[in-house]
Design a protein around this ligand. Structure first.
Ligand code: C2E
Ligand code: MG
Ligand code: MG
Length: 398
């Protein structure tokens, strides 16, 4: 007997019943089970009852999309959204920003009339919420991830960081994966929002800290590195006891100066003072701090000025030369390097995939790189091999 297969559930919220029906039909064609809400009463009844995706029109007659977001934030924080509007693109862009800052996973923002192909693409992407395991059964990613965290089923992969002055691998970033058959390759970017929305962020962090400490003790190639980075969620920074806790878990396998804590500001920090307190204490204890994904989300100049970072990690979106061309990329990287120099921060560029990107990063004077060109993230026992492979490639004349 095969297991019953849950399909993805969609809620369409649009005050124009005809448009809502049409959108529902398109979604049905992409395999969604669809509910439709066109009045405030229907919205109140249907919003936040476990849909995988909400298609939200911003202009709704008696209410509006931002009010609906407030309701959803209470009932189903972190749910995936696609925003729609007939208003101009600047309104759509600000609404998208509100949604992101409120912790929703915003998959797309479409102007009306809707481009059916674009919407179809977004529907297909959002179906990642429902994933096949290796027995072929379809399971909801959020359930799999929450269960894995509760059961402690996670492991870490390590991606090398290359110091550009010497060309050698001197560090690594620890990246978490689910140790569940069929789900090991799913990016944490897709399931961490569920973990955070259900209050499991600290549990995840504790598992990651334990694994990183063990791996660094047990694998010589990791033990020999100058630093290993660990990702923290901004939500973790609300706990004032965190610095002492992290020190006690990590100290057995390396001095604080050999650990970098990467902070991504994907959501607005609730308590700025607490976050600042925690980050300052990390530095006083000797840990290094990196601002992750600089240039995207809320990783802003303001944060850079306030928080005591040592390192600036430039998001990979800035490195790809296809958008806006090479000159554009060079100018952005230069600006980031200048900023890093002025603030005495180490500048690390993420997502370097090609030799051309590496030369550009070298040319503008960044300090370190991380990316598929050097190595994909690898298991702890494979790190030595990845390092040897990079050393062999870089010593070969081009
Ligand atoms: P991040 O911290 O910015 O990590 C870099 C991501 O870029 C990783 O994705 C890595 O595999 C990917 N990447 C590295 N080089 C390349 C490249 O050349 N090309 C492309 N296309 N991608 C590259 P990953 O492992 O899927 O992680 C996604 C995000 O999930 C991370 O982004 C981080 O924000 C979060 N994350 C990962 N591990 C943890 C963790 O232990 N705790 C928390 N709170 N968040 C984590
Ligand atoms: Mg990171
Ligand atoms: Mg990053």
């Amino acid at each position: 007997m095969t297991e019953p297969q849950p399909s993805s559930r969609l809620l369409v919220i649009d005050d124009d019943a005809a448009v809502a029906e049409l959108l529902g039909d398109i979604a049905f064609g992409h395999g969604f089970e669809t509910d439709i809400a066109t009045t405030p009463a229907e919205i109140d009844r249907l919003a936040g009852i476990g849909h995988d995706l909400v298609l939200l029109d911003l202009t709704l007659g008696d209410t509006d999309g931002l009010q609906v977001m407030r309701l959803l934030r209470k009932r189903q924080p972190g749910v995936a959204l696609i925003l729609l509007t007939g208003a101009d693109r600047t309104v759509l862009a600000s609404a998208q920003r509100v949604a992101e800052l409120s912790g929703f996973r915003v998959l797309g923002a479409c102007s009306k009339p809707v481009d059916i192909d674009e919407l179809g693409r977004l529907f297909e992407e959002s179906k990642q919420a429902v994933v096949k395991d290796d027995t072929g059964a379809i399971r909801r990613l959020s359930d799999v991830a929450m269960n894995a965290i509760d059961e402690g089923q996670v492991h870490l992969l390590y991606q090398p960081k290359v110091d550009l002055a010497s060309g050698a691998i001197t560090g690594a970033e620890a990246l978490v994966r689910l140790s569940v058959a069929g789900f090991e390759t799913v990016s944490p970017g897709t399931w961490i929002p569920f973990i955070e929305a259900t209050g499991r962020s600290r549990r995840l962090l504790n598992l990651v800290l334990e694994r990183a400490a063990d791996d660094r003790k047990n694998f010589a190639a990791l033990a020999a590195l100058g630093e290993i980075s660990i990702n923290l969620s901004v939500l973790d920074l609300e706990d004032l006891t965190l610095p002492d806790h992290i020190r006690s878990v990590l100290s057995a396998s390396g001095a604080p100066a050999g650990w970098t804590l990467e902070i991504t500001e994907s959501a607005e920090t609730g308590q700025l003072t607490d976050a600042l307190d925690v980050l300052t204490r990390f530095r006083l204890l000797g840990f290094r701090l990196a601002m992750d994904d600089f240039g995207t989300g809320s990783s802003t100049f303001e944060r850079l000025r306030i928080y005591p970072f040592n390192e600036l990690k430039i998001n990979r979106l800035f490195v790809h030369t296809d958008r806006g061309g090479l000159e554009h990329t060079r100018a952005m990287l230069r600006a980031a390097v200048d900023l890093g120099e002025a603030l005495e921060l180490k500048v690390v560029v993420e997502g370097v995939e090609s030799d051309a990107e590496l030369s550009l990063v070298n040319e503008v004077g960044c300090d370190a790189v991380q990316g598929y060109l050097v190595s994909r993230p690898v298991a702890a026992d494979q790190f030595g091999l990845a390092q040897a492979d990079w050393d062999r490639r870089r010593s070969q004349p081009v």
